[in-house]
Design a protein around this ligand. Structure first.
Ligand code: PBG
Length: 331
């Protein structure tokens, strides 16, 4: 009689039949940075720190040593530098370009990814430029925003970024950024597009970390409705046609169906972002002693990989890489 349990009998057999493997090479570590010379623990994300540039370089190096191939940078910009037109985002001497240069100088082999969006720089806290229409409603301008995103992407490329990651969800930004990068000679700088980024309540702790919450309104006119799956297919087809190199789904854990669908729709590699709220949920349950941290974190990551993600942006990257290195038991 067929007995599936035979393939589960011992750790060695389970290791042989295992369909999905997790490795530090699957992880991308998101890193927060600020202008201060001291490091600040982020209250809304226990265990996560906002780094000075100097500490950021050290932290990135530690991740690289653990086998993590890439980091993605998220800056907290000083209030005095935030303006309605967000023009600090393409200042060549700004925080992010300086950080890219410092990381690249210390760890040339590490892949540096940057976030392309206006929210940390924009006094309105939106990913795009804000205007008010005759009725007094808030409008997020699409094409005008893209012009600025292109300058931001080129600025990051000039500083040495390997990949730029537009997270703004404006229409047509992948095509715009691709042609600006090419025009400036950055044909080898890749685009990791936030293809299916949902208007999720799970970004709350992140906005606390960067003080980047919208001052008014929400992001529902540009980020996707959590109820929609077909629309993710449409976004994936567009981003692929526009020249994206990697497609991202975000959040990850509650959107495994979207990851699987995007994987199936496109031939491009798929990334998934286990976001701040997902981190916080797992972390709080573990801190309360209610769930086993190592077990739930590794299970959450393997599930995201099994769904079809080739790479995972996760705040647990260093911790998970350490656990995987310790794990020789095939348990
Ligand atoms: C903003 C951006 C956000 C995140 C990454 N880039 C927040 C938002 O869209 O409001 C969220 C990441 C997280 O929650 O971990 N461009």
């Amino acid at each position: 009689m067929p007995r599936p349990r035979r393939n589960r009998r011992t750790p060695a057999i389970r290791a042989m039949v295992r369909e999905t493997q997790l490795s530090p090479a699957d992880f991308i570590l998101p890193l927060f940075l600020h202008e201060d010379e001291t490091d600040t623990p982020i209250e809304s994300m226990p265990g996560v720190t906002r780094w000075s540039v100097e500490s950021l370089v050290r932290e990135a190096g530690e991740a690289f040593k653990l086998g993590i191939p890439a980091v993605v940078l998220f800056p907290k910009i000083e209030d005095a530098l935030k303006t309605p037109d967000a023009d600090e985002c393409f200042n060549e001497e700004g925080l992010v370009p300086r950080a890219i240069r410092a990381i690249k100088a210390a760890h040339p082999g590490l892949c540096v990814i940057t976030d392309v969006a206006l929210d940390p720089y924009n006094s309105d806290g939106h990913d795009g430029l804000v205007q008010r229409n005759a009725a007094g409603e808030l409008i997020i301008l699409n094409d005008e925003t893209i012009d600025i995103l292109c300058q931001q992407a080129v600025c990051h490329a000039r500083a040495g970024a390997d990949i730029v990651a537009p997270s703004d969800m404006m229409d047509g930004r992948v095509a715009g950024i691709r042609s600006s990068l090419d025009d400036e000679g950055f044909i080898d700088v890749g685009i990791m597009s936030y293809t299916a980024k949902y208007a999720s309540a799970f970004y709350g702790p992140f906005r606390g970390a960067l003080d980047s919450a919208p001052k008014e309104g929400d992001k529902k006119t540009y980020q996707m409705d959590p109820a929609n799956l077909q629309e993710a297919v449409r976004e994936a087809m567009l981003d692929q046609a526009e020249g994206a190199d990697i497609l991202m789904v975000k959040p990850a854990g509650l959107y495994l169906d979207v990851i699987a669908k995007v994987r199936e729709t496109s031939v491009l590699p798929v990334a998934a972002y286990q976001v701040s709220g997902e981190y916080l949920m797992l972390k709080s349950a573990a801190a309360g002693g209610w769930l086993n941290e190592r077990a739930i974190v590794l299970e959450s990551l393997i599930a995201i990989k099994r769904a079809g993600a080739s790479m995972i942006l996760t705040y647990f990257a260093k911790q998970a890489a350490t656990w995987l290195a310790d794990d020789k038991s095939h348990a």
